[in-house]
Design a protein around this ligand. Structure first.
Ligand SMILES: *Cc1c(COP(=O)(O)O)cnc(C)c1O
Length: 447
């Protein structure tokens, strides 16, 4: 163990880690990065198939983002948006976000992270309905196996059972319906019917609770941390219909999907949905500095503006100037580099095709992708989708083999997922799939 790994093991608690294992094995020190590659302390080059944590969309060497941060830090390193003050980067970014987010969304509430966005959602939707005199409209419907962050409200909205168990005191009036996970939870061959059935659970839940008691439905357009769960095409139109029919606010958690991940600025555009609130973080700054924001639809914003009371909510780092400056540079750079047209015309179809080839591997039961996220399901038997026994931890085994082959691919149980930087080239996609194949071969040999 190097000196640094020892300091880390002795003093640093890590997010979502088993401290027993961590202290025994030590952490992998990532020392520097360049383009789509990270380098560990031994100089190993690793292709970052996860863009850090789904955030480094423009890769690790985007000079304009670094310059924007540096310039802002020397002009105004900190000020806040409380008590009727503002600063130029927040005002400029708010204007720019109104332009790139879906039609009819022209107001933003800045936060410091995705979790803080979802805390804001819980408070904002209840504040909204209170102001309309519908004080019973409190319950928020979310989905099992969703990820909405790790604050108490984020974990409560999320549908991760292992998190609920550790959280103990969950936020009341949050309920969960099933996810549209066809590979894992459906045996038939009419995927569209399955999508409709899962969407209609929302309607059933609203009827069960009573429309007058339901405030909002929240979901990730594509579930990320849950295992890149791509809904059937039938799913979202039905959800939209139900939200409209029963006057339920639709909240799109686009913390992963936003800023080009699905080949449009936002997945709400990809799936043609009309959210009332839209959560952003991660790719908003390509991860260079922490920032989040909740976009608010005009009709909802109007109610908040008409309310003659204070919305008693906000964070010290809501709209941090340097983070806002980086977000502006990030959006401008996406435009200058034609990221979205390039993805749509060339990179996404190429990635989809290459990724699909992994389905031929004997260990892979399904390969799926949408935009620049992909998943493969590791199985013992391709035809029956039978899994390996849990104790074998095949996903973890595969993840370790990926690292050894020079690739970061994440394991969610026995589902392997990727979300590469949006600047990835065709050659780098070839390399990603080549290294993934190598890791799959090794994993099969281990088994
Ligand atoms: C990562 C994530 C969050 C939480 O964001 P943090 O910045 O880690 O608080 C919320 N929602 C989704 C969909 C995410 O992927």
């Amino acid at each position: 163990m190097s000196e640094l790994v020892e300091y880390d093991a002795q003093h640093c608690f890590h997010p979502f880690s088993n401290y027993h294992d961590l202290n025994r094995k030590g952490s992998r020190m990532i020392e520097r990065a360049e383009g789509v590659y990270i380098f560990d302390e031994h100089g190993h080059q690793i292709l970052d198939g996860m863009s850090g944590l789904w955030c480094v969309n423009l890769g690790y060497s985007c000079q304009p983002l670094i310059e924007a941060a540096t310039k802002q830090l020397s002009e105004l390193p900190y000020y806040n948006l409380f008590f009727q003050t503002s600063h130029p980067p927040a005002a400029r970014l708010a204007k720019l976000l109104a332009e790139v987010t879906p039609e009819g969304m022209n107001h933003v509430f800045f936060t410091g992270s995705g979790s803080e966005c979802n805390d804001t959602v819980v408070r904002m939707v209840r504040y909204y309905w209170n102001n309309l005199g519908k004080t019973n409209k409190k319950t928020i419907i979310a989905r099992k196996n969703a990820y909405h962050g790790s604050t108490i409200a984020g974990a409560s909205l999320g549908g991760m059972e292992f998190m609920h168990k550790q959280t103990g005191c969950l936020v009341p009036d949050i309920v969960h319906i099933d996810q549209p996970y066809a590979f894992g939870e459906y045996d038939g061959d009419d995927i569209q019917a399955f999508g409709l059935e899962r969407a209609r659970q929302l309607e059933a839940k609203i009827l069960e609770l009573g429309e007058d008691n339901v405030a909002a439905f929240i979901a990730e357009p594509i579930q990320g941390a849950g295992g890149v769960i791509i809904p059937p095409e039938s799913y979202w139109p039905e959800i939209q219909r139900i939200c409209d029919k029963y006057e339920i606010l639709l909240v799109a958690d686009e913390v992963i999907c936003g800023f080009g991940r699905t080949g449009e600025w936002f997945a709400s555009q990809t799936y043609n949905i009309r959210p009332d609130l839209l959560c952003m973080a991660k790719g908003i700054t390509s991860g260079y500095l922490p920032l989040g924001g909740v976009m608010v639809r005009d009709e909802v914003a109007q109610v908040l503006k008409d309310a003659n009371s204070e919305f008693a909510h906000g964070f010290t780092y809501s709209g941090h100037p340097a983070a806002c400056a980086v977000a502006i540079a990030n959006i401008e750079e996406m435009q200058k580099q034609h990221i979205i047209p390039t993805l749509k015309e060339s990179i996404i179809p190429y990635f989809a095709d290459k990724w699909q080839q992994l389905a031929q591997h004997p260990l892979v039961g399904e390969a799926r992708s949408k935009g620049m996220v992909g998943a493969i399901e590791l199985v013992r038997d391709k035809a029956s989708k039978e899994r390996y026994s849990k104790e074998l931890e095949v996903g973890m085994m595969c993840r370790e083999n990926c690292i050894a082959s020079g690739l970061v691919m994440r394991a969610v149980g026995d589902t392997m997922i990727v979300s590469p930087p949006l600047i990835i080239t065709k050659q780098e996609i070839d390399l990603l799939v080549e290294r993934a194949t190598l890791a799959l071969d090794k994993t099969l040999a281990n088994l």
